[in-house]
Each structure stands twice: as structure tokens, then as C-alpha cells.
Design a protein around this ligand. Structure first.
Ligand code: CMC
Length: 392
């Protein structure tokens, strides 16, 4: 009834009020709770930023210590959860495992529906972030047929994840400081990004008053696709294709510009940024520094630099304001850390968890929150009747 405004892809529809992340897409500005991403990238850590994003202020030392303790305390999975891993086929995609297991974890959360103050939310958030890290590493271990590694209570968040990913029986893995630092930065830069597809999905599910775990499991599914979080995989596949085929970058760019090819330059373009994505600038420098420190020469980085230069000098990309986004250089860093390509989007999900939790909290805390229920313009037939089967 009444007049409905159609806005395909919600390009110009505000779905909520939010005090978490500020973006100015024309200027290339990103701030979490008002603090510039560049400052946080230089001075902060993923866990500190997670607390900032969820609770709105930088944590005091006591907050930080308490949150770290909660993350350690809740890192192990219940035995029943561990059994689920045996049911997945070895070829299962880690994103399928991650979303299923986050949802399954709701069945093991006793106080799930009683999040009524910041203290209970802090416990729930720590449980979710901590379990997600363990599930992520376990999904990798089960996909390569290796035993699942238990978390170590003496290790911090990022180091503990690297241990669970890369330790094999009788061969402990001690992450190099530059590796832990790079992963910390990767996660921090993914912590939130206002109303993207997955975060809006989390809010959509949360608006029906579904629990935090179920809402975030839905976010994982939305993140999976190649136009969103799956782009970090697609970028590496694209760079590898260029390398393996020997196709000149200029020829690849021509193919992208030909609309019939339906190819896109992966890691380029953004709904909101019509300028450099500030995260891509930070990641480009970090990738460069890390490869130098590790004395690694990754041919994909050279191809990426060539693609970027070609796009910035090409009218097609300039006119449409298509610049490198967060996914363009992140894969180079994850490769250098040793993360396999099909885990890249899982890493994005781990990083985005604080943002999803914070957005879930905004809906949960708002007494005026309304269920999300968009309208549609109906385009089907309106006057039809049922026909007996033998007359169809
Ligand atoms: N390569 C080539 N052409 C492009 C690209 C690209 N990557 N992105 C947009 N265009 C063109 C598009 O064909 C259209 O051209 P025209 O006006 O002639 O029809 C114009 O630019 C506008 O594109 P759009 O599809 O309306 O833009 P959108 O805001 O709906 O889509 C996007 C945004 C990020 C999905 C898109 O730019 C894209 O597909 N990029 C590649 C995938 C990617 O890197 N995704 C990661 C996004 S950032 C992190 C995240 O959200 O996970």
C-alpha cells in the first residue's frame, strides 16, 4: 500500500543510525568511534580495537586485562563441538564450516539470551571472538587431515591462532614477531566498516531479536561471496592467472573493460569509497615491509603493483572512480604468513567479528529498534488460477 521508493542494492538508503564507524568515501577517511584508522594501525592492536569498536571507548588497562583473560579462558571448544568437525567432508570449504559451527555454538551457550548489561555482553563477545578463532584454525586442520590443536592459555589472541594453525604434533610453532604483527594489523583493519553487506545482514537478523551467535553466523554467509569478503581470494586467483598465463597486464585490463567478458578487476571499486580505500594504503606498505623483513620476493606483489599503476592511468577506472580496496593487498600479506588461499575469507570474518558484535549490540540495546522489513515492487502476474494437474 502507498508509494514505495525502489533503491536497487540500497545504494542510497540509510537503514539505521550508528555510532560505530565513520566513513567519508570522497575523502578516503575511515574512523572507528572517531579515531582515524591510520592512528589505530600504527599504535593499537586488534584486541584493543575490538573493545573500542564494541564498547565505544578505548579500554582502560583493567578492561584490557579482563578482556584478554576472558579470551583465553573461553578459547577451547566443548567436546561435542569438536565431534562436529569429523562430520564434514575433507573438501569442505572453511567458510561453510565456520558459519555452521558458529551457529552450532549457540547450542552450547547457557546465558545466550541474558545479555542485559555491558558485563554480560563482554563475556558473550569474548566467547564468540575466542571460539571463532579456534573454529577457524580447527576448520583448516580438519580440511588438511591434521589433528586439531588445542589453544594455549599462555598465548595472546593472534599468536594463539597462529599456533593452532601451524603447530603439528611434536613440532611446536613459535610465530615470528613480524608475522604476528602483520596478522594483528590485518585483523584490526577489518574490524568494522559500517553498513556493508555482511554487517547489514547481521543487523537484519538481529532485528528479529535473534541471538548474537545466530546473527553473526548469517554475517559469515553474506561475507563469503566474491563481491564482498570473497574478493581477497579472487584477487590472488586473478594475479595468479596473469602470472601463469603470461598475459600482459594491458591485455587483462582490456578484457575487464569489455562488458561482455563480465570480468571485474578484483580488489578494485567500492560502493562508498570514490577515492583510495585508506586500508589499502596501509596494507600496501605493510605487505612491502613484511616481504622485505622476511626476505621474500613475491612475484604476485609485482603484478599487483603493475595492475594498480595501469588502472590509475586508465580513463575507464578513473571515470568510474575505481581505486584499490582493502582486498587488493591483503592477500599478499596472508600468503606471506602462510595462510592458504581458501582460508582468506575466514580471516576476514575473524577480523570483522567485533564490528558484527557492535552492530548487533546497537540493535539489542535500542528500545526503539524495529524489525527490518523492506518492501518490494511486485512484477509477477496478479490474476491467475489453480489448474488441475492433467490440464497443465
Ligand atoms: N572492475 C571493473 N569495473 C568495475 C569494477 C571492477 N572491480 N567495479 C565496478 N565497476 C564498474 C561497473 O561495471 C559499473 O560500470 P558502468 O557504470 O559502466 O555499468 C561501475 O563501475 C559501477 O559499478 P557498480 O557495480 O554499480 O558498483 P557497486 O557499488 O554496485 O559495486 C563493488 C561495488 C565493490 C561490488 C564493485 O566495485 C566490485 O564488484 N568490485 C570487485 C569486487 C571487490 O573487490 N569487492 C570487494 C569490495 S571491498 C571489501 C568488501 O566489501 O568485502
Amino acid at each position: 500500500s502507498g508509494y514505495i521508493t525502489l533503491d536497487e542494492g540500497y545504494g542510497n538508503t540509510g537503514s539505521c543510525r550508528s555510532a560505530i564507524t565513520y566513513i567519508d568515501g570522497d575523502q578516503g577517511i575511515l574512523r572507528y568511534r572517531g579515531i582515524p584508522i591510520e592512528e589505530l594501525a600504527e599504535k593499537s592492536s586488534f584486541i584493543e580495537v575490538a573493545w573500542l569498536v564494541i564498547f565505544g571507548t578505548l579500554p582502560s588497562k583493567a578492561d584490557r586485562d579482563r578482556f584478554s583473560d576472558l579470551l583465553s579462558e573461553h578459547s577451547a571448544l566443548p567436546t561435542g563441538m569438536l565431534k562436529h568437525f569429523e562430520g564434514f567432508p575433507p573438501s569442505a570449504h572453511p567458510m561453510a564450516i565456520l558459519s555452521a559451527m558458529i551457529n552450532a555454538q549457540s547450542a552450547y551457550e547457557p546465558g545466550l539470551m541474558q545479555i542485559d548489561d555491558d558485563a554480560s555482553l563482554e563475556v558473550a563477545a569474548a566467547r564468540l571472538m575466542s571460539k571463532v578463532r579456534t573454529i577457524a584454525a580447527a576448520s583448516y586442520k580438519s580440511s588438511v587431515g591434521q589433528p586439531i590443536m588445542h589453544p594455549r592459555y599462555d598465548m595472546r589472541y593472534v599468536e594463539n591462532f597462529l599456533h593452532m594453525m601451524f603447530t603439528v604434533p611434536n613440532r611446536p610453532y613459535e610465530p615470528a614477531p613480524e608475522v604476528a604483527k602483520a596478522l594483528n594489523l590485518f585483523l584490526l583493519l577489518h574490524a568494522d566498516h559500517e553498513q556493508n553487506c555482511s554487517t547489514s545482514t547481521v543487523r537484519m537478523v538481529a532485528s528479529s531479536q535473534a541471538n548474537m551467535f545466530a546473527s553473526c553466523a548469517a554475517g559469515v554467509c553474506a561475507l563469503w561471496g566474491p563481491l564482498h569478503g570473497g574478493a581477497n581470494v579472487a584477487v590472488i586467483e586473478m594475479l595468479e592467472f596473469i602470472k601463469e598465463s603470461g598475459m600482459p597486464v594491458s591485455e587483462y585490463m582490456e578484457k575487464v573493460k569489455d562488458k561482455d567478458s563480465r570480468l571485474r578487476l578484483m580488489g578494485f571499486g567500492h560502493r562508498v569509497y570514490k577515492n583510495f580505500d585508506p586500508r589499502s594504503k596501509i596494507l600496501k606498505k605493510a605487505a612491502d615491509d613484511m616481504l622485505e623483513q622476511m626476505d621474500v620476493d613475491d612475484p604476485l606483489l609485482h603484478i599487483a603493483l603493475e595492475v594498480e599503476a595501469a588502472a590509475l592511468a586508465d580513463d575507464y577506472f578513473v571515470e568510474r572512480k575505481l581505486y584499490p580496496n582493502v582486498d587488493f593487498y591483503s592477500g599478499i600479506i596472508l600468503r606471506a604468513i602462510g595462510i592458504p588461499v581458501d582460508m582468506f575469507t575466514v580471516m576476514f570474518a575473524m577480523g570483522r567479528m567485533p564490528g558484527w558484535i557492535a552492530n548487533w549490540k546497537e540493535i539489542h540495546d535500542d528500545p526503539k529498534s524495529r524489525i527490518y522489513r523492506p518492501r518490494q515492487i511486485y512484477t509477477g502476474p496478479v490474476d491467475q488460477h489453480w489448474v488441475p494437474r492433467d490440464e497443465r
